[in-house]
Design a protein around this ligand. Structure first.
Ligand code: ADE
Ligand code: ZN
Length: 332
């Protein structure tokens, strides 16, 4: 199984670039930027990565981001992530970044975007990894703040495939951002939304009403059979994150991962790493953990790899080519 997982080409569709900030690189960048950290050693920082829920993680995630100040920092962060992708045979990535987590600290929008784009282009050159960049809004902030960020993003919009919605889900339903998402749609951006990670099935329903193109997590949609049928009917892909779910207490053990029930329900489910530096594993580790926890078959693993490409924002002809590559790799 481990061999098959490593051998298959895969796309990662749910990854926060700031969540790939490994403690070693975090210390190195904090030192060169003279940013003080509340931890003396890498080990101490790692020991702080114990979370009871999403908010406890987010507090540490936003703290970690504070080390990032210069274009070079964003470049190094992105480069390191793509090196890990290459090692896991991830051949296409669609990554989120949280501009408000940086501009809110005084880092100019263009510093963030230039660094990430340079890192993505570098990774494409060195590893042949194709990519899409998705600008994510922080849902604990106001819709007005989101509109201001969209304004700042205007010169860069042709470099972004879509927008997302992340951060503290409870109390911040998708409808809070209905006008912002309508504007983004009118501007030709695709729409993603974290929903049903901690929030109720109604939040997933709202995300559908807003007209989203992909659901991030979507775990709790399974509590509502009618909603599941609607997601199948629309052919929407869900980006599930197994190690994230256990690390944040969204599920108690891997045997409860929604991946199995989603496959059975005929949903287009994918496996992703979310914030791998914080949750203990990149793509292959997520595939291995969920395969072991649920007792998935080789056929299931191949289906998940295929879904990662069919659920991507690549053009249809390219999706077909990538699926053919999955089939070829399956044979070994
Ligand atoms: N930001 C980074 N990771 C996230 C997650 N799993 N849920 C919501 N917001 C996030
Ligand atoms: Zn996420």
């Amino acid at each position: 199984m481990k061999d098959l997982i490593a051998r298959l080409p895969k796309a990662e569709l749910h990854l926060h670039i700031e969540g790939s900030f490994e403690p070693g690189l975090l210390f190195e960048i904090a030192r060169r930027n003279r940013v003080a950290l509340p931890y003396d050693t890498i080990e101490e920082l790692r020991n702080a990565y114990k979370f009871l829920n999403l908010q406890e993680f987010l507090d540490i995630y936003y703290q970690g981001m504070k080390a990032l100040l210069e274009e070079e920092d964003y470049f190094d962060l992105t480069r390191a992530y793509l090196d890990r992708c290459a090692a896991d045979n991830v051949t296409h990535v669609e990554i989120f970044f949280d501009p408000q987590g940086h501009t809110g600290r005084g880092v100019p929008f263009e510093v963030v975007v230039k660094g990430i784009l340079a890192g993505l282009e570098d990774g494409e050159r060195r590893h042949g990894i194709t990519w899409r960049l998705i600008m994510s809004f922080l849902r604990h902030l106001s819709e007005e703040d989101g509109f201001a960020t969209l304004k700042e993003a205007e010169p860069w919009l042709d470099r972004f495939t879509g927008v997302g919605l992340d951060s503290s889900e409870s109390g911040n339903p998708p409808m809070k951002f209905a006008r912002l998402f309508a504007r983004c749609r009118a501007m030709g951006l695709l729409l993603c939304c974290h929903a049903g990670e901690e929030g109720p099935p109604d939040y997933v329903r709202e995300a559908l009403e807003i007209g989203i193109d992909r659901i991030d997590h979507g775990n709790r949609a399974l509590e509502d059979p009618e909603l599941v049928r609607e997601i199948v009917r629309r052919g929407l892909t869900l980006t599930v994150c197994p190690l994230s779910n256990t690390a944040l207490g969204v599920i108690e053990r891997m045997a409860e991962s929604p991946v199995g029930r989603m496959l059975e329900a005929g949903l287009s489910v994918t496996v992703n790493s979310d914030d791998p530096a914080y949750f203990g594993g990149y793509m292959n580790a997520n595939f291995e953990a969920v395969a072991a926890g649920l007792g998935l078959s080789e056929g299931d693993i191949v289906q998940l790899a295929r879904n990662s490409f069919t659920g991507s924002f690549l053009p249809e002809a390219e999706k077909a080519r990538r699926c053919a590559a999955v089939e070829a790799a399956r044979m070994g």
